[in-house]
Ligand binder design. Sequence first.
Ligand code: HEC
Ligand code: HEC
Length: 307
Amino acid sequence: MSGFWSAYVAILSIGCWVFVTGALIFTLRLRPELDEQGTTGHEYDGIYENDNPMPRWWLIVFWATIVWAVVYFALYPALGNFKGFATIERLDGSKVNWTSVNEMQNQYDRNNKVFLDNFDKEFRALDVAALAQNPKALKAGQGIFLQNCSICHGTNAKGALGYPNLTDNDWLYGGTPDKIVETITKGRTGGMPTWQATLGEDGVKAATQYVLSLSKPAGITINPVLAAQGAVLFKENCAVCHGPDGKGSQSVGAPNLTDNTWLYGGTVADVEKTIRLGRAGKMPAWEHMLGAERIKLVAAYVYSQTH
Ligand code: HEC
Ligand code: HEC
């Protein structure tokens, strides 16, 4: 906090405390003069004002809050830049000042240690394929998936437009345990270039007809002349990534174009858009967010969807 704001907070807090304590002492000392009936003489519509002491329980609570404020100011970093006397004992036995951030970090570290101890005991020795057969590991993996992955891949892992379905055994980057772990750990970025400049609008339309002719989705009539032109363009421009037969390549994450499973949609308009503008789906890297152990568990959950 800057000097100005720490002074602002300190003056406001201490000022408040002094005012409240002063007001209490002041009222306790007031001794109004009473008439012979024991009233203050104030009368409103036949109702007289007495001078009864404040209820004892109320006074006790009031004093308690005043004392508590002093204790609180001393323990916690509530006053400007004063750090407070309260400390937190870290896992390694060292002590740090209490702050909400330190408190959260400490609880995180302690929970993480419990997690890692359990992981060592039950899961460390198993590989991803074995974990995918282990109900306890799967439950943990599913929990991690729901928290971190479902926002893009869906709660059932079936994906959405632009976010791959992880349950269909159709892999962009490969579905072996190693490949899944690699994808999650390092992240992936799809690199489908834009073709509108290279191919022109006619070329985009022709390439689209050829691509759709590879899987012949129901309800789409292929124009054979355009498809034949597209086949030539495909060989020249696309086969390097999608393969000469259009079956894709997992080393560059180029999808199989022959299986009628579409990451970005399989209508004429969708495919044209993909080819015209390119695509760059981004799977985030999780190595720092989750760590190797949680990645192993969530990879087992993903692997179990197809095994
Ligand atoms: C911000 C959205 C997002 C989140 C969150 C996300 N992913 Fe992904 N994921 C993607 C996208 C997009 C792709 C496809 C990348 C591409 O198009 O090249 C992908 C690809 C994948 C693949 C590769 C699929 C294949 O066919 O090869 C796996 C496996 C995967 N994600 C698992 C996970 C797991 C496990 C998590 C949680 C730890 C996760 N993802 C979280 C967006 C996300
Ligand atoms: C440099 C490699 C590369 C080249 C060259 C390339 N693509 Fe792609 N293509 C990709 C990648 C990678 C993806 C997946 C993008 C993503 O995951 O975000 C993709 C995605 C696609 C898709 C979407 C598939 C789906 O499931 O929705 C179509 C269609 C496509 N490419 C067609 C073509 C055509 C036609 C050409 C040639 C004119 C071409 N690509 C050239 C790498 C390439």
